[in-house]
Design a protein around this ligand. Structure first.
Ligand SMILES: Cc1cc2nc3c(=O)[nH]c(=O)nc-3n(C[C@H](O)[C@H](O)[C@H](O)COP(=O)(O)OP(=O)(O)OC[C@H]3O[C@@H](n4cnc5c(N)ncnc54)[C@H](O)[C@@H]3O)c2cc1C
Length: 454
């Protein structure tokens, strides 16, 4: 009988384990993770022998110690304005305090010396407003992919003798028993008084099943659909040098839809992402100048939420991503100039582009994939961004599609992030409440403190 079993070793799971060990070192804790140890996580795409996603049983980008965040840019946004709605459960003040606490731990485990960017007092806000763009307030700690990896390695070294880690150990089932829960991994089962489920986006389908099995309520969440934009770093340098990441929201004049920038990676790389076998696009960048590229990338996303009679927002996003996978074998890339001229990009046009792509994607036509309303909104925003960052609407700006940000169904939880079953907590992106490293990590610290006090 364990005191706590944590399912999933992403930021949510790691920070639950970390905080509980700090507060109650005598407790018996196990972590079950379906992916590999951090140093055994390797995406087979090498750009040479393996050029595109080969659909590994466990995607090393999304699974393993460090979770989906392990090879990410390590941008910890300290804000209640985006990244999740944790504050609506635990209060804005507590949420910010926990994010700041997580930041301190990251610094202590190898992130010292990294820069904290802030929108406070920035003149960029005014320039955005003059062009109908709205810059959201945040402080951003940019660890960078390389430092993020070091922080995770050190956290693992710190935890590995205090917590029992089971890698390559997916949990298939969670069962309620008289004095706690029983979890199943293949033929084996383990019992625990408390269980924290932190399975992220890769565990979204499984999480739905667990909720169904245990009678836990859920409600449908939104899905964000769009493209990843890649352009020469100089075009956005005045924004990224000052803010690193600028979250900008724009209301389109045509449909009054909100389009927003997301996950900005100065001098970064565009990468594939595999969620439940569907290949979409993402991006990251390194803190180490030697690993940086000449390009900056960011996503432009439009949120869609379906409720009645069709509720499956994620299913809608998946169908669009599948369409791009069908036409391009994976991610499609198109020059902005080709898109607005109504023609597909081909390999020749991409190879002649002054913006050199950092991801080897199939040249194609995004207008055959994205619904008109979404595409119109993205084009309108590109022209709006061109006013604060001239050059954004250049012909050679590259658009990769599709970028889909799936959100898990929102699990019905109380203010302690506990389900209707006493001792069963659901945290991080798997709960549908958080969508970011900082919020997921903070939710882990929060439940660890609840368990420690019991
Ligand atoms: C390429 C990329 C870049 C990103 N960049 C940023 C960024 O810069 N800033 C930011 O804030 N966010 C970023 N994100 C999002 C961020 O990584 C997530 O918000 C965060 O990792 C969520 O943490 P989590 O612990 O909730 O879930 P995850 O990190 O997804 O971890 C969940 C873990 O659970 C495991 N799991 C799933 N099902 C089971 C099961 N049944 N049994 C056992 N284990 C299971 C998975 O293998 C996974 O390791 C990025 C994501 C990607 C993919």
């Amino acid at each position: 009988m364990y005191d706590l079993i944590i399912i999933g070793a992403g930021p949510g799971g790691i920070f639950t384990a970390y905080e509980l060990i700090e507060k109650r070192p005598e407790l018996k804790i196990a972590v079950f993770e379906m992916g590999n140890k951090l140093d055994e996580r390797k995406c087979p795409i090498d750009g040479d022998k393996v050029k595109s996603c080969i659909h590994c049983a466990n995607c090393s980008i999304m699974s393993g110690f460090g979770g989906a965040g392990a090879f990410s840019d390590g941008k910890y946004n300290i804000t209640n304005d985006f990244g999740g709605t944790l504050h609506s459960y635990i209060g804005k003040k507590t949420a910010l305090e926990l994010m700041e606490y997580v930041d301190k731990i990251n610094l202590a485990f190898g992130g010292e010396g990294t820069k904290l960017y802030s929108t406070t007092g920035s003149d960029i806000k005014k320039r955005c407003l003059q062009s109908g763009l709205h810059l959201l307030d945040a402080s951003v700690r940019h660890l960078g992919t390389d430092k993020n990896f070091i922080v995770l390695s050190r956290l693992y070294d710190h935890l590995k003798d205090k917590v029992e880690f089971h890698f390559n150990s997916p949990i298939q089932k969670v069962e309620k028993i008289a004095d706690g829960f029983r979890v199943y991994n293949g033929e084996d089962s383990y019992e625990t008084q408390n269980c924290v489920i932190s399975v992220g986006r890769s565990g979204s389908k499984w999480m739905e099943k667990v909720c169904k099995d245990l009678g836990i309520g859920t409600k449908s969440n939104r899905v964000d659909i769009g493209v990843r934009v890649e352009l020469p770093a100089e075009i956005f340098a005045h924004l990224t040098d000052e803010l690193y990441e600028s979250k900008i929201v724009f209301r389109t004049s045509k449909y009054e839809d909100l389009v927003r920038t997301f996950c900005m990676n100065p001098r970064g790389e565009v990468v594939n992402e595999n969620t439940n076998g569907i290949v979409t696009v993402n991006g990251h960048s390194y803190e180490d100048p030697a690993k940086q590229t000449n390009n900056t990338n960011f996503a432009l996303l439009v949120a869609k939420h379906f409720s009645e009679p069709f509720k499956d927002s994620n299913g809608y996003g998946e169908s669009i991503a599948k369409l791009s996978n069908m036409l391009g074998g994976g991610v499609i890339v198109q020059r902005f100039g080709d898109l607005i001229r109504g023609r597909r990009s081909n390999e020749e046009r991409i190879s002649e582009s002054f913006t050199v792509p950092t991801l080897n994607a199939a040249a194609g036509d995004l207008s055959l994939v994205l619904p008109k309303r979404i595409l119109d909104g993205i084009i309108e925003m590109i022209y709006a961004l061109d006013k604060i960052a001239p050059g954004t609407a250049n012909d050679d700006t590259l658009l990769y599609g599709v970028e889909v940000k799936f959100y898990n169904m929102e699990v019905e939880l109380d203010k302690n992030l506990m389900s209707c079953h006493k001792g069963l907590y659901v945290i991080g992106d798997g709960s549908g409440i958080t969508h970011s490293l900082s919020h997921a990590s903070a939710s882990g610290v929060y439940v660890a403190r609840q368990i420690a006090e019991k």
